[in-house]
Design a protein around this ligand. Structure first.
Ligand SMILES: Cc1ncc(COP(=O)(O)O)c(C=O)c1O
Length: 372
């Protein structure tokens, strides 16, 4: 198995670097803040919680709340919980894909979308999102890449690392393509509801198509990555059952305290999302000003969803060395495009956290001292 470059990079820097300017999650919460939002009923669940094994598909009331809060028309039987989104990607793709299959993946992408199909030794077609097309999905290119053994199309919108979204008509167009060929649609939607898209959010793929798997998580929009609570939503209960059988070889069941904390957060969804999108909006305004001021050095397609964007560095230095010097000299962490196995002078920037303005000031100091 190839090294997961992004996770390896974060493992090296995340807990030793002061100014994290490439994080992909919203500002987190203290335990006291979350518990202070709990209703009397939720507090009873928390205080009486037994630290035994939990239900393998996930706590029933949690699955019901995920379905009712986020997936119109779906019920708890359409939700399977996991330890974060990462476990759900691993279990679902491992279950779904056979060596004789062909899969289509949009790149640049979160590395699991490529590596897990590679583990199964399948034929993979990568379709590159293009900056000149505003990083938007290209349905014609997807249609063109389909083969008679295409099992699954893997998408991720809002997109990591470009922050671009899929609009409802584009998603419906993709569903039509998949439906006409009986292809599964694996849709990583972990950044959904975080950000300020120009148009309304497209519905989750799982609400539109019976062969879609929608991945969701508490890590990103809710800012609760430490819970390790994620899920897959699908209309197809038979595939969820099969994926659950794979989960029996990984985590078996979720962490009991994490399930209750996740439940409390979901019961306070609007309040939490309002707080996080407020931080994000202020940060995005600052970044827009910053990139206007430094337009000779940087260019980006303004992100529409999620809290990361992909910025092109126009200077002559290779971006890896630029990022390395920035973290060594100023303790500011960006993420170069090579982490995505993407050959270009782009870097990922993150803007979901309270301290982004301080990180940006340190970045500015670096540019000033470099006379850039
Ligand atoms: C697109 C995408 N999917 C899945 C994950 C994994 O999420 P989690 O940390 O909740 O497992 C990430 C994390 O950055 C991501 O960007």
């Amino acid at each position: 198995m190839n090294i997961f470059k992004l996770e390896d990079y974060l493992a090296k820097h995340e807990f030793s670097t002061q100014y994290l300017l490439c994080c992909s999650d919203a500002e987190s919460f203290d335990m006291v803040e979350i518990l202070s939002m709990a209703s009397t009923e939720d507090m009873k669940l928390w205080n009486n919680l037994r630290l035994s094994y939990t239900e393998s598909p996930g706590l029933s009331i949690l699955r019901k709340t995920v379905a009712n809060t986020l997936y119109k028309g779906l019920s708890e039987d359409n939700i399977l919980m996991f330890a974060g989104a990462e476990e759900s990607i691993f279990c679902a793709l491992h279950t779904l894909i056979e060596p004789s299959d062909h899969v289509i993946v949009l790149t640049p992408c979160y590395q699991s979308f490529i590596e897990i199909p590679k583990l199964k030794k399948v034929d993979i077609s990568e379709i590159q999102l293009k900056e000149e097309h505003q990083w938007r999905i290209d349905l014609k290119a997807i249609q063109y890449a389909i083969k008679c053994n295409t099992k699954c199309i893997i998408i991720n919108f809002p997109h990591n690392p470009t922050g671009q979204v899929i609009e409802e008509d584009e998603l419906k167009g993709l569903v039509d393509i998949c439906e006409s060929k009986g292809i599964w649609l694996f849709s990583d939607e972990v950044y959904r509801l975080l950000g300020l898209p120009n148009k309304q959010w497209a519905p989750p793929a799982a609400c539109l198509y019976d062969k879609a798997l929608s991945v969701g998580v508490m890590s990103k929009a809710f800012g609760m990555a430490g819970l390790r609570i994620g899920w897959i939503a699908s209309q197809d209960q038979a595939i969820l059952k099969k994926i659950q059988h794979t989960k029996h070889y990984t985590s078996i069941c979720n962490s009991a305290p994490a399930e209750i904390l996740g439940l409390i957060a979901l019961h306070n969804k609007d309040k939490i999302l309002e707080r996080n999108n407020h931080i994000l909006e202020a940060n995005l305004n600052l970044l827009n000003q910053f990139f206007m001021e430094y337009s000779h050095l940087f260019e980006w397609v303004k992100p529409q969803g999620g809290c990361v964007g992909f910025v092109r560095y126009k200077g002559s230095e290779v971006i890896d060395s630029f990022c390395e010097r920035l973290v060594q000299e100023k303790g500011v962490l960006l993420m170069p495009a090579s982490i995505y196995n993407y050959e270009s002078n782009h870097f990922r920037i993150g803007f979901g956290r309270w301290n982004m303005p301080q990180c940006l000031e340190k970045f500015r100091e670096f540019l000033y001292h470099e006379n850039l």
